[in-house]
Design a binder for this molecule. Structure first.
Ligand SMILES: [Zn+2]
Length: 200
């Protein structure tokens, strides 16, 4: 895999084959899978209107990478700012990283177990809310960092699909199957708007 900037450049190359540009967009999404790769991919392709026939609108791929890059640029800036602050703290003997530091070290910042169910606002807006929620004091009642709805501590948010436990959590078989089925449609670009997860 090449770097994000190199892959993004290939996505924007209007002289290249749309299929090659499409695979370069996939590479960019793997570099910054804010909801996990599958849900991030669904979000980008639906919001940018990437058609089933790529040649019908190859510039949709540029719109998709523009949205992803906007959020990634902000995230990198934040990481840089935190790393700089940590260096200064270490220099004065403060060795414990904060929760905010740990959160910024992961790539799937708001993991969504079902690729068809995730926030549908622009990524940069969701990222801003995530930053506010993760860098502020924990709430007495657990709430979703993205949509602010109350949620149980041991599951995903049924309002927006984000699971604060991250990608390592084992999902119930029914939900896993639902997620796999929806991924098939997404990859074929026959799935459209994000939908609600059925909790069984
Ligand atoms: Zn939520």
């Amino acid at each position: 895999m090449t770097s994000f900037p190199a892959a993004a450049k290939r996505v924007r190359d209007s002289s290249a084959d749309p299929v090659a540009r499409f695979w370069a967009l996939r590479e960019c999404s793997l570099h910054f899978p804010i909801y996990g790769f599958r849900a991030t991919w669904h979000h980008l392709t639906v919001q940018a209107g990437v058609p089933r026939q790529l040649s019908d609108d190859p510039e949709s791929l540029t719109r998709a990478v523009d949205e992803l890059e906007e959020a990634r640029r902000h995230w990198l800036l934040l990481r840089y700012t935190f790393a700089d602050r940590r260096r200064r703290e270490k220099a004065i003997g403060q060795r414990q990283p904060t929760l905010g530091d740990q959160w910024l070290s992961v790539m799937s910042l708001a993991y969504c177990p079902d690729p068809g169910r995730h926030p549908d606002e622009r990524l940069i807006k969701v990222l801003h809310r995530l930053i506010d929620a993760n860098l502020s004091e924990p709430q007495p009642q657990p709430t979703c960092a993205v949509c602010g709805n109350p949620r149980p501590v041991d599951t995903f948010c049924t309002a927006c699909g984000v699971d604060p436990r991250g990608p390592t959590v084992q999902l119930p078989a029914g939900i896993r199957q639902q997620a796999d089925d929806s991924w098939h449609e997404i990859w074929q670009r026959t799935a459209q708007k994000p939908r609600r997860l059925q909790v069984t």
